[in-house]
Design a protein around this ligand. Structure first.
Ligand code: ZN
Length: 326
C-alpha cells in the first residue's frame, strides 16, 4: 500500500484527520465515501497509523507499528470485507465480541469495514448496537462507494468524509509510474477513474485490442481509404462476438474520446488530447470540421443508449458505422 495518491488528491481528508487528532477531536466512527478508486482504505490506514504510531511526529509511516498497519498485520487494526458480496451479521457480531474485551496492550484499536452499503439488515443492527456500546480508544471507519445505499441509521451515527474524484491526470501519472505506456495510460485514465480498474482491464487482455481497433476505425472514417465496416469485420471479430455489454460501452467511449481528441486538435487545445500519439500522425487531415465531429459524437451517444436493449451486435455496429462514416 502506498499513500502518494491519498496525499496528492485528498489533502482535505489528511488535514481533517491531522487536525482532529491534534485537537483530540477525532470521532469514534467515520464513514468514508467516494467513487471507486479513491483512496479510502489508504485513508483508513492513515488514521490507524495516527492512532498507533510510536514516533513523535505521527504518523511516520515508517516505525514498526506503522509498518505492521501498512502490511495488514497489526493486531489492533481489524479489516472486514464483504463475505460473498455481503457484510454479514456473523462478521459484525465477531467484531463486537472482539472489541468488548479490553485491549491487551491498552492501545487504541481500529476496525475498518469495506462496502458498508452491503451490510445485511441484521448485520447493520448488530453493528449499531456495538457502536453504541463501544468504549474510549476504539475507532471505526466504514467505507462505501454508494453513500445513499448505506442504511440511514448508520449514516447518522458516523461523521461522513467525502473523497474527491481523482483527476484523470493523477490516474494517468500513476499508471505511467507503474510502467504502462504513456498514450495508453491517458486513454485508460479517461475511461475509468480507478487505477485498479485500469490494471484489471489490462490484465483481462482485451482493452489494448479495443484501443487499436478504435484507432483503425476512426482512421478509416477520416481518411476514407478503407471502409470501417470491413475493418470491424476483419479486425473486430473479438468485439462482435463479445456478449459482455461493458466492452461495447468501453468501445463507444473510446470512439467518443478519439473524436473529442480530434476536436481538441482542431481547436488547438492540445492539453486535452487523449489519443496523444496517433493524433499527431493525423495532423495533416482536417477533413472533418468541428461541426461534423460533434455530429458524429452525438450519433455515437445515441447508439450508446441502444446498448441497454437486447440488440443484434453485428447489425448494431453496421448501422452505427454507416451513420458516422458518411
Ligand atoms: Zn509510525
Amino acid at each position: 500500500m502506498t499513500f502518494d495518491v491519498l496525499f496528492d488528491t485528498q489533502k482535505h481528508v489528511i488535514k481533517l484527520l491531522d487536525n482532529s487528532y491534534k485537537k483530540g477531536r477525532l470521532v469514534h466512527t467515520y464513514l468514508f465515501e467516494g467513487a471507486k478508486g479513491t483512496p479510502k482504505l489508504e485513508a483508513a490506514y492513515y488514521l490507524a497509523a495516527l492512532l498507533l504510531c510510536a514516533s513523535v511526529e505521527k504518523p511516520c509511516l515508517k516505525c514498526p507499528e506503522c509498518r505492521k498497519i501498512i502490511n495488514g498485520t497489526h493486531r489492533n487494526v481489524i479489516l472486514v470485507s464483504p463475505d460473498n458480496n455481503a457484510i454479514k451479521k456473523e462478521q459484525t457480531d465477531n467484531l463486537g465480541k472482539e472489541f468488548s474485551l479490553k485491549p491487551v496492550d491498552e492501545k487504541n484499536r481500529i476496525f475498518i469495514i469495506r462496502d458498508i452499503d452491503r451490510a445485511t439488515m441484521s448485520a447493520a443492527n448488530s453493528l449499531l448496537k456495538f457502536l453504541e456500546e463501544t468504549g474510549p480508544g476504539n475507532y471505526g471507519v466504514l467505507i462505501t462507494e454508494n453513500l445513499y445505499n448505506v442504511i440511514p441509521t448508520i449514516r447518522s451515527r458516523a461523521q461522513i468524509v467525502s473523497f474527491r474524484q481523482l483527476p484523470p491526470r493523477a490516474i494517468a501519472d500513476k499508471l505511467i509510474s507503474l510502467g504502462i505506456e504513456e498514450e495508453t495510460s491517458y486513454i485508460l485514465a479517461h475511461i475509468t477513474n480507478s487505477v485498479d480498474e485500469c490494471l484489471e482491464m489490462i490484465n483481462e487482455g482485451k482493452i489494448l485490442d479495443l484501443i487499436d481497433l478504435v484507432k483503425k476505425i476512426v482512421n478509416n472514417i477520416i481518411t476514407k481509404e478503407k471502409s470501417p465496416l470491413l475493418t470491424i469485420h476483419e479486425d473486430g471479430k473479438f468485439l462482435l462476438s463479445e456478449s459482455d455489454k461493458r466492452f461495447h460501452n468501453i468501445f463507444l467511449d473510446l470512439m467518443i474520446a478519439f473524436l473529442s481528441s480530434l476536436l481538441y486538435l482542431n481547436l488547438k487545445q492540445n492539453e486535452k488530447i487523449i489519443f496523444r500519439n496517433i493524433i499527431h500522425d493525423l495532423e495533416s487531415y482536417d477533413d472533418l470540421s468541428p461541426r461534423q465531429i460533434i455530429e458524429r459524437i452525438e450519433k455515437i451517444l445515441n447508439y450508446k443508449q441502444k446498448l441497454k436493449y437486447n440488440i443484434n451486435i453485428d447489425l448494431f455496429y453496421t448501422q452505427m458505422l454507416l451513420a458516422i462514416a458518411v
